[in-house]
Each structure stands twice: as C-alpha cells, then as structure tokens.
Design a protein around this ligand. Structure first.
Ligand SMILES: Cc1ncc(COP(=O)(O)O)c(C=O)c1O
Length: 506
C-alpha cells in the first residue's frame, strides 16, 4: 500500500492548503501597520529554546496546525521588521509583491545557475543584470550574477581581481606564485566582507590595508599617499575597495576621485555598494554614486535599500569575461558551453552551484513598483533619517555624529555632557538594551571613533517623522527611568523629543 504521505503531498498543493500561510504573512503585515504591538520580544534565546525542545517528529500533522504553531511559537518572539518603530539593522521591511513571489520561486524551484535547469529564469536574470549595469553606466560587455548578499558579491569581486593580477593562482595556488603577493586597500569603515575575502583568498589578513577616513569617508589623499608608497616599495596592489553606503554611517566614498586614481595606475576598482547602490534609482540621491562607472566591479544588495526580502544580492562587473576568468570553471555534466555565441549558464560565474531564482522577485519588484516607486521609497528612507537628525540637532540630550548621507544615523545620548566618556559609553549601551527590551522600538549600537553610539537604520516605508520623534521620546523616558534606578546620568534636562520636534525646523 502506498504510504499516506503521497496523498498529503497532493492535498498540500491545493490553494486551501496555502491559505493559512498566506494568512499568517498578511495578518502580520496588517497588525504591524499601526505600530501598536511591541516591536520585538523581551525573551532571551534561552527562554525561547524550550518552545522547540521536543523530539524529532516521526509522523506528520495537519498543515493548519503547523501554521498555527509558527504563529504561536515563532511569530510571538520575532523582530517585527514591518513595524514602523523597527529601525535596527540593514534588513528590510520587505516589499509585499516580492514576498508573495517567494512562494512561486520555491514552487518552480528553478536552479538559475544552469540554463537547461531554468530556461526562462536564467534569461530573466541576465536581463535584470543588463538593466542594472545600464543604470551604472556600463556597456554591452557588462555582466554579473545574483549572490546571497554583499559578502559573497565582494568575495567574488576580489576573486576576479585576483585572477586579473595572478592569473595562475586558480591552477597553481598562491604558494607557487613568484614575487610578492598583492595587497588590497579599503577604507577603515569598510564592511568585514572585504578583509574576510582577502584572508579567504589566501593572501593573508595582513595584506588588507585600511585607509583612514575623513568625515567617515575614505580619505582620498591618504589613499594616494599609500599607493605611492606601495609603488615605491614594489608592492603590487590587487584592488582598491571603496564603499558606497557604509555600514556604520551610510556614508559614500568619493567614487569619482578614487576611480580616477585606480584608472591612472591600472588598479582593479571595486565598489562595495551593497547598501547604497539603490541610490541609482533615485533622482534626488543618484549623484552620491557619481563615478561608479569607473569601477570594474560593484556589489549591490537588492535586499538592503531596495527592500527585497532576504536574500537578493548582486555582483555586477564591467566586463563579463572577468567573472568567467575568476572561476575558470569546467563541469561538462552541467555546463554545455555557448549557444548563439554566448554562455547562458550563470554557474560558470558564480560561487554557488544550486542557486535560487531570486532574480525573479527583484524583477517582480521592478514590474510592480517601477524605478519611480523604488526611487521614491529610497528617498523616503533618507528623508526620515534627516528628520531624526534635525530633531537631534536641537535636542539637549543627544548629539548626532554625522549628517545622514542615506538612511543611517549614529547618535549618542550625552545627558548634560559632564560625565566622563566611558560612563556615557556604558549608559548608551544599557539604554539601547533597555529600550529594545521595552518593545517600544528597536535600534542598534556601534562604536565610532572609540565611543559607543546609538544607530538607527530606516528600512521601512511605514516609518515617518512622528516615529523617529517617538523614538527620541522613548529613549529619554528610558534614560530617566535608568537615572531613577541609580545608573550614572549627568543630565538635568527633561525636554522631550516631542517638544523638540515641535521646535525643530522640519
Ligand atoms: C557596506 C556593506 N557591505 C557588505 C555587507 C554584507 O552584506 P550581506 O549581509 O548581504 O552579505 C553589508 C551588510 O550590512 C554592508 O553594509
């Protein structure tokens, strides 16, 4: 007798089976709309763990019971990214049309790396890449691949740069290379994806050179001086990596100037624009990316400021041949060479073998919202960060560390600024913990210039000026509570952010 599971599979393919899951996602979107619920959970991992501490299920149960378990055990202890007070990491409140597409992508299960396994999706990915390389300003030779994210994109870019400088390394390894191994230069605030790739590629972490910044951007003068010194010492340079939309402050390096420096010296120029490349969709912010066409490779995460659900990263290259050379891959059981003079198999250009058709959800986002819609969303996210900056600039208890160049702002609770810096560092750390645990909002923290700061990233179109004012109010109230409980606080000020907001210029 056929085991019952085969009938269950057929039942589960029907529309009614899907509805509890669609319903879960849709109800989550709707119930977070007005921001009345807590943003996150106060439970620790250890407190959540007993919910799932059970034997491996030997037999199945009805699908609606499984959905209801997700609702009760998972969704009651999650970070609600769709909540307008969620302003934490660079992960989006995802575009709904792209969310719905996820189920279709999974149902089709096309592996885009191999053209014969994914006839339309591979072609569609190629078209998507063509659109985006066009926005960068590159020509017909350009190409690229979707990646799991910015980390894989930058790793792949530096692999391609290695193939350009050490073309034999793929075959013979680095040990057999004669002469000094090359170095990679990046800004001191570059994402760890850069230094990690340098180590992963066998160059050794010591060959990643950090260039100091000025105003949170790579100091181009310092870069030029370092390049001159390296040339004088006969040290080869594999790549210079600029950041467009830095992780800590959302700042944009001067791509035009850095690109010109690299061009004049024949150095591979990679732009880690995982965060900021979506500025190319905005009439207002596009100029931040000026000079990007000088790059040989660009990392662009659609799952950051384009608000796609995880994951949707991209590596774009000015010359598609660079990616082919990077991997120099042969696998006759998968890749069948060219057709009409071109290689459609994307796997020859990608770190991954089986690869999801994430391009489809990015394509759906463009179809549904268009460049104009996605650009308007980008503008809104940046506007709200500016609103927060404006409110802080007239607030007695906070100082901003920089003007926002995108949707990220770092600021610091300072009270009356009479306390020593180390005590204020601790206070900010505890304040953020406490505020997040309260459920009223969710923000992050980092260390900038040696000082602990609070960090906000606006990744949700629902977040408005009123929400960032509420954030400051919430932080002030939690700080006052901490003071009452005996934490160090030098502040005598009791002005609320709402008062400040009314007095502010925006
Ligand atoms: C500038 C920058 N580059 C790269 C990354 C890594 O991207 P992913 O997490 O998609 O791998 C990040 C992530 O925050 C980033 O901000």
């Amino acid at each position: 007798m056929r085991p019952p599971v085969f009938d269950l599979l057929e039942q589960d393919m029907e529309r009614d089976a899907a509805l509890p899951f669609v319903d879960l996602a849709s109800r989550y979107f709707l119930r977070t709309r007005d921001g009345a619920e807590p943003v996150s959970t106060a439970l620790s991992s250890a407190e959540i763990a007993p919910r799932f501490d059970e034997p491996l299920p030997q037999n199945g149960r009805p699908l609606n019971e499984v959905a209801s378990r997700i609702e009760h055990d998972v969704m009651t202890a999650m970070n609600q990214l769709a909540h307008p007070m969620c302003m934490g990491h660079q992960v989006s409140a995802p575009l709904p049309a792209a969310v719905w597409m996820e189920a279709v992508i999974a149902a089709m299960n096309q592996s885009v790396a191999v053209a014969e396994m994914s006839p339309s999706a591979t072609v569609l990915e190629t078209q998507l890449v063509r659109w985006l390389t066009g926005l960068i300003g590159w020509g017909a030779e350009a190409g690229g691949t979707l990646t799991s994210g910015g980390t894989e994109a930058t790793f792949t870019a530096l692999l391609a740069a290695r193939a350009a400088v050490l073309p034999n390394a793929w075959q013979v390894g680095l040990g057999a290379e004669v002469g000094a191994l090359p170095v990679v230069l990046c800004g001191e605030h570059a994402h760890y994806a850069v230094t990690r790739a340098v180590a992963e590629l066998g160059l050794g972490l010591d060959r990643a050179i950090a260039i100091p910044s000025r105003d949170w951007r790579m100091d181009v003068e310092a870069l030029a001086i370092r390049l001159n010194a390296l040339a004088a010492d006969g040290v080869p340079v594999m790549a210079v990596v600029a950041t467009a939309g830095s992780t800590a402050t959302g700042s944009f390096d001067e791509l035009e100037a850095i690109g010109a420096l690299c061009e004049s010296r024949g150095i591979w120029f990679h732009v880690d624009a995982a965060h900021g490349a979506s500025a190319l969709l905005s009439d207002v912010h596009r100029d931040r990316m000026r000079g990007v066409a000088r790059a040989r490779s660009v990392a662009w995460d659609a799952h950051k400021m384009m608000l796609l659900p995880l994951s949707a990263g991209m590596l774009l290259v000015r010359d598609e041949g660079d990616l082919d050379r990077a991997f120099a891959q042969r696998a006759p059981y998968l890749f069948h060479g060219d057709e009409d003079g071109r290689v459609w198999d994307q796997g020859t250009r990608s770190f991954q073998c089986s690869r999801r058709a994430d391009a489809l959800k990015v394509w759906v986002a463009f179809q549904r919202y268009g460049v104009s819609g996605l650009g308007a969303i980008y503008d809104h996210l940046c506007d709200i960060a500016r609103d927060l900056h404006a409110a802080i600039s007239v607030h007695s208890q906070f100082v901003a560390l920089h003007e926002p160049e995108s949707n990220i702002l770092c600021f610091r609770w300072v009270g009356s600024a009479t306390e020593d810096d180390a005590a204020v560092d601790d206070f900010n750390r505890d304040l953020r913990e406490r505020y997040n645990r309260s459920g009223r909002g969710w923000i992050t923290t980092t260390v900038l210039g040696g000082r602990r700061v609070l960090r906000v990233t606006v990744m949700n179109p629902r977040t408005t000026r009123a929400h960032v004012i509420a954030l400051l109010d919430g932080l002030c109230e939690e700080a006052a509570e901490m003071r009452r409980e005996g934490n160090p606080d030098p502040s005598g000020s009791h002005m609320s952010a709402s008062d400040v907001g009314r007095a502010s210029t925006r």
